[in-house]
Design a binder for this molecule. Structure first.
Ligand code: FMN
Length: 460
């Protein structure tokens, strides 16, 4: 009898929607034994209790494969699952996973589930596991016959890969880390922020590290006070529980029982410039930074970075971690801010790093003072359209606060409501039924597209 270990990364434990997809597979495959570990819900136990690791190790020794099942939480897996992966490394537990075949099952609304799975793949390949591509479901797929057929095929194929010991190509190389010490040079003339506010959110700020020196250099680039949020100094009770109590009125179940809500209200909301600073862990920041990012879900799909300039300070080889860059680029754009880029210490040259930090600070100040917001790319535009459709559609009863905000602020820009375009489409479609008009239009199409712009230029 085959045995599989299922690592459940949903903070909802047994109430996880994603987990039901695995339980479905279990019902369909009674010949396979499934051992479940709710690592996200029980993360405190994995932090403190060696017995939890012993039980997991025994199960892994007897199993042929591992399924990681989780929801997508703001571009990545829930912070508690990330913390579990950190603990695996801290406790030198990688050996228990090494060489095993593995795959992932997630549920989400497909909002950047691709980046989440890439980040997980990078982490699991880093543990030396043989990674089989995942099954990325929408919870509605559970009721769809075709999706169930695909899920069953996916699972059978996973078992096939294990039994045949199919060769698997690794996609993410290990991060090559070069250690060196950044010694900042004399500071330049500080930049006047002209009433704009800047805040730096610092992941784990260990004095004496490059990250710490980078944060100091950045903070001193501006005149006046720059707020620094040191995440390790905040009182934090836990990650997002996925309880959705925030959906009606943006009221988080943690309320002010810890420091997160007030940090957002008093420091991040009024800021014009936000810097996220941290050291690379896998291809993201630490689970602590993820927890902070994910707890902003108390505002669900509200574009909380509207008009803000956002950038990253990264200790580590950023050029090997495009995923980190992409997650923040997409997140900031969807939240209607401007992602101004990232500076990392991988240049291994103090003078160059000084210059890069100073230039970034100067640029952010210029952008903020000018109120500059360039057009979004596909990342922001497509992401917002997905939110718009989901909030307007099947989740309107739940995300009532989003619905009210979207209605008030013109988020609902569906083409169905654009009567001018609809009328124009109607008239032109009728006219183009005529073969002669159709021929003429074909020959003059490029001129037709540019004509309104030329007219506008002529008026100037
Ligand atoms: C804090 C939080 C963040 C979320 N972020 C995303 C996201 O970035 N993309 C997405 O498609 N769905 C997102 N969702 C929706 C969940 O992925 C979805 O509800 C999932 O089915 C929950 O699975 P679970 O019951 O197994 O925890 C988020 C939900 C929560 C609570």
């Amino acid at each position: 009898m085959e045995q599989l270990v299922v690592i459940n990364g949903s903070p909802k434990g047994k109430k996880s929607v994603s987990l039901k997809f695995v339980e479905y597979l279990q019902k369909k495959n009674p010949q396979t034994a499934f051992r479940y570990f709710n690592v996200a819900q029980d993360i405190r136990s994995y932090s403190r209790n060696p017995e939890a690791w012993k039980t997991l190790k025994e199960a892994l020794e007897q199993s042929q494969g591992v399924i990681w099942v989780f929801p997508v939480y703001i571009f990545h897996v829930p912070a508690a699952l990330m913390r579990f992966l950190e603990l695996v490394r801290e406790k030198d537990f990688q050996g228990a996973f090494e060489g095993l075949y593995t795959t992932c099952i997630s549920t989400s609304i497909h909002f950047y589930d691709n980046l989440t799975h890439d980040l997980m793949r990078s982490a699991l390949e880093g543990l030396g596991m043989h990674y089989i591509p995942p099954f990325t479901a929408d919870q509605a797929d559970f009721f769809n016959t075709e999706s169930r057929r695909n899920l069953e095929w996916f699972f059978a194929d996973f078992l096939g890969a294990i039994s045949e010991r199919r060769p698997v190509a690794r996609r993410f190389a290990p991060l090559s880390v070069n250690s060196w010490t950044y010694i900042p040079g004399p500071s330049k003339e500080p930049i006047e922020l002209k009433g704009k506010r800047a805040v730096i959110v610092v992941d784990k700020d260990v004095p004496g590290t490059n990250l710490s020196a980078m944060v100091q250099r950045f903070a001193s680039a501006f005149t006046g006070k720059v707020d620094i949020v040191e995440l390790e100094k905040l009182t934090i009770r836990g990650g997002c529980l996925g309880c959705m109590k925030c959906a009606f009125d943006h009221d988080c179940t943690y309320a002010d029982k810890d420091d997160i809500r007030q940090t957002y209200l008093t420091l991040l909301d009024p800021a014009d410039i936000i810097i996220y600073a941290g050291a690379l862990q896998d291809r993201y920041f630490s689970s602590l930074m993820k927890l902070f990012v994910e707890r902003r879900f108390m505002r669900t799909h509200y574009p909380f970075m509207k008009g803000k300039q956002v950038a990253l300070l990264v200790a580590g080889p950023l050029s090997q971690a495009q995923l980190l860059y992409d997650t923040f680029d997409a997140d900031v754009q969807v939240c209607m801010g401007h992602f101004a880029g990232a500076v990392s210490d991988e240049c291994m040259d103090s003078a160059k790093l000084d210059a890069a930090i100073d230039t970034m600070a100067c640029q952010l100040a210029r952008y903020a003072i000018a109120g500059y917001l360039p057009p979004d790319t596909f990342l922001g535009i497509a992401g917002r359209k997905l939110f718009r459709d989901e909030v307007w559609g099947r989740y309107r009863f739940l995300f009532q606060a989003d619905h009210r905000y979207y209605r008030k602020t013109g988020f609902y820009d569906f083409p169905q409501k654009d009567w001018r375009t609809r009328w124009q489409n109607f008239i032109l479609t009728i006219r183009l039924l005529n073969p002669k008009t159709r021929r003429q239009m074909r020959n003059t199409l490029s001129g037709f597209m540019v004509k309104p712009l030329m007219n506008e230029l002529d008026k100037m």
